[in-house]
Design a protein around this ligand. Sequence first.
Ligand code: HEC
Ligand code: HEC
Ligand code: HEC
Ligand code: HEC
Ligand code: HEC
Ligand code: HEC
Ligand code: HEC
Ligand code: HEC
Length: 401
Amino acid sequence: MSTARAIGSPLPRTGFSRTVWYCLIVVLSALVIVPQVWATETGTKDNNKYTGNPDGYVGVGACRDCHSDIVKRYSKTGHPYKIQKVDSGPPSYPANTSPGVPEPPADKSWKDISHVIGGYAWKARFMDKQGYILTGDKNRQYNLPNADLKTEAGWSGYSASAGVRKPYTCGSCHTTGWKASGKDGPHQDGLPGIHGTWFEPGVTCEGCHGPGLAHSNDPEKIAQPFEENCGDCHRRGRVTRIDSNKGLIRHHEQYEDLLASPHRNLKCSACHDPHRSVKYKDGGFKGTKKTCLVCHEKQVVKIHAKDKFECITCHMPRAAKSAVSVKQKFIGGEVPEGDVRAHIFRIKPHPLWNMFSDDGKFVRINDDGHAFLSVEYACLACHTDKDRSWAIEEAGNVHPE
Ligand code: HEC
Ligand code: HEC
Ligand code: HEC
Ligand code: HEC
Ligand code: HEC
Ligand code: HEC
Ligand code: HEC
Ligand code: HEC
C-alpha cells in the first residue's frame, strides 16, 4: 500500500537534509548523462547507427536499409554506372539494360585499364592504370549499337588534340561527393591522373539528394531534401546558349534546351521519374497520357492517326548527339539525325528558319529567349521522300484550328 506524499515538494520526506538530496541528484545524473554523451561521440548510441565521411555522405548501403524499393528501381538507371572501376575484366551493367562494353581498346588489354566511363546508354571511354583518360584519333571511344539509328557497335577517336595524358576532371557530374583538386592531388586511389576525389563513383542517391548521414540516423526528425538539381549536370557551360556542332545540339544540354522551350517553368520530374531510366523501356518518361495530355488536354492531332498520341515524334526529334549520328537524305537536301532527343518542343515551319546560328556553333535563340526546331528535324528525317515545302505546308495541318 502506498501512502500519498505531501504535495509541494518533489523530494521524498526522509531524514536527509535538502542539501544532501541535491548533491545525490547531481552525482546520480552525472552517472547517467556522462556515458550517454560519451556514447554519442563514439557512435554506439542507436541513432548513430551509420557513420559517414566528414561531409556527411553515408553511402547507398544506408539508403537501401529503409528505401529498398527505390534502390532497386534506380539501380537499373544509368546514373550509378557512370564510372566503374574494373579489375582485369569488363565492367558490368544490370540485366536487360546496356549490351555492355565487351572489349578494351584494340591496342590494350583489361589489365591496362583502371576505370570505364559510361557504357550504359551511348558510349564508353577508358582510363589507364594511372587514372588518365585514353585519347587519340582512333580506337579510344566505344560506341554502343543504336537500334533507332540502326548503327552497329564501333570505335572512334577521343580528344586527340588533348595529347596522350588527359586528366580525369569530370567528377562533378559523374561521381558523388566529388572534390576537385589538381595535378598535386589529393588523387582518388592515389592515381595521379584523377584530379580530385569522390565519396562514391557514379551518381548515387546522395548525388541528387545531397549528404544523407544525418537523415539516415534520424529520419523522423531530419528530412532529406528532394529539390531537383538535374540542371547541375544536364548542362554545358553557359545556360543561356545551346552549343551545337555539325547541325546537332551537343549532348548533356537538356537544361539549356528546356530554358529556351515553352516548358522553361516545368521541372524535369513533370515528365521524368527520376528513379527510372528512359532507356531500355524502363518507364523513366512517365508517358504521353500522364504528362503531355494532362496539360494539353485539347490538343488534337489530325494526321499521324495511328501514332497520334506520340507527341514526341515531332516535338522531340533526335536533334542532339552523344556518340553517333546518321545522315537522312530527303528530296532537295539532307539532315543529320543524332542519338539524343532535343527538349526544345517548339517547331517553326517557316521557309527561312534556320535552327542554328550562321557559324553553326549555337542553336538560334530569338529576342524572347525561344529556340525552335525546323522541319528538317521535326519531319524530314522520317519523310525522306518529301521536300521542305511539303513539310512546311503539312505542318500547318497537323493540329486543326
Ligand atoms: C533508418 C531508415 C532510413 C534511412 C537509413 C534512410 N531513410 Fe530516407 N526516409 C526514411 C523515412 C521513415 C522517411 C519518411 C519520413 C517522413 O515521412 O517524414 C524517409 C524519407 C526520405 C525522403 C523524402 C523526404 C521527406 O521529407 O519525406 C528522401 C528524399 C529520403 N528519405 C532519402 C534518403 C536517402 C538518400 C537515404 C540514404 C542516404 C535515406 N533516405 C536513408 C527512412 C530512412
Ligand atoms: C537523378 C537524381 C536522383 C537520384 C539519383 C535519386 N533521387 Fe530520389 N528523388 C529525386 C527527385 C527530383 C525527387 C522528387 C520527385 C518529385 O518531386 O516528383 C526524389 C524523390 C525521392 C523520395 C520521395 C518521393 C518518393 O519517390 O518516395 C525519396 C524517398 C527518394 N527520392 C529517395 C531516393 C533514394 C533512396 C535514392 C537512391 C536509391 C534516390 N532517391 C536517388 C531525385 C533523385
Ligand atoms: C556538366 C556535367 C558533365 C561533365 C563536366 C562531363 N559530363 Fe559526361 N555526361 C554528362 C551527362 C548529363 C551525360 C548524359 C546525358 C547526355 O549525354 O545528354 C553524360 C554522358 C557521358 C558519357 C556517355 C555515358 C553513357 O552511358 O553512354 C560519357 C562516356 C561521358 N559523359 C564522358 C565524359 C568525360 C570523359 C568527361 C570529362 C572529360 C565528361 N563526360 C564530363 C555530364 C557531364
Ligand atoms: C550529379 C550529376 C547528375 C545529376 C544531378 C542528374 N544527372 Fe542525369 N545523368 C548524369 C550522367 C553523368 C548521366 C549519364 C549516365 C550514363 O548513362 O552512364 C545521366 C543520365 C541521365 C539519363 C539517361 C540515362 C537513363 O538512365 O535514363 C536521364 C533520363 C537522366 N540522367 C535524367 C536526370 C534527371 C531527371 C535528373 C534530376 C532529377 C538528373 N538526371 C540528375 C548526371 C546527373
Ligand atoms: C505541367 C504541364 C505541361 C506538361 C506536362 C507539358 N506541357 Fe507543353 N506546355 C505547357 C505550357 C504551360 C505551355 C505554354 C507555354 C507558353 O505559353 O509559353 C506549353 C507549350 C507547349 C508547346 C509549344 C506551344 C507553342 O507556343 O508553340 C508544345 C509544342 C508543347 N507544349 C508540347 C508538349 C509535349 C510534347 C509534352 C509532353 C512530352 C508537353 N508539352 C508536356 C505545359 C505542359
Ligand atoms: C506530326 C507531327 C506532330 C505531332 C505528332 C504533334 N505535333 Fe504539335 N505541332 C506540330 C507542328 C508542326 C506544330 C506547329 C504548327 C504551326 O506553327 O503552324 C505544332 C504545334 C503544337 C502546339 C502549339 C499550339 C498549336 O496548336 O499550334 C502545341 C501546344 C502542340 N503542338 C502540342 C502537341 C501535343 C500535346 C501533341 C501530342 C498529343 C502533339 N503536339 C503532336 C507537329 C506535331
Ligand atoms: C515536357 C516533358 C519533359 C521535360 C520537362 C523533361 N523531359 Fe527529358 N525527356 C522527355 C521525353 C519524352 C524523353 C524521351 C523518352 C523516350 O525516348 O522514350 C526525354 C529524354 C531525356 C533524356 C534522354 C535523352 C535521349 O534521347 O535518350 C535525358 C537525359 C533527359 N530527358 C533529361 C531531362 C532533364 C535533365 C530535364 C530537366 C532539365 C528534362 N529531361 C525535362 C520529356 C521531358
Ligand atoms: C518518326 C517519323 C515521322 C516524323 C518525325 C514525322 N512523320 Fe509524318 N508520318 C510518318 C509515318 C510513318 C506516316 C504514315 C503512318 C501514319 O499516318 O500514322 C506519316 C504520315 C504523315 C502524313 C499523312 C500521309 C502523307 O504522306 O501524306 C502527313 C501529312 C505527315 N505525316 C506529315 C508530317 C509532318 C508535317 C511532320 C513534321 C511536323 C511529320 N509528319 C513528322 C512518320 C513521321
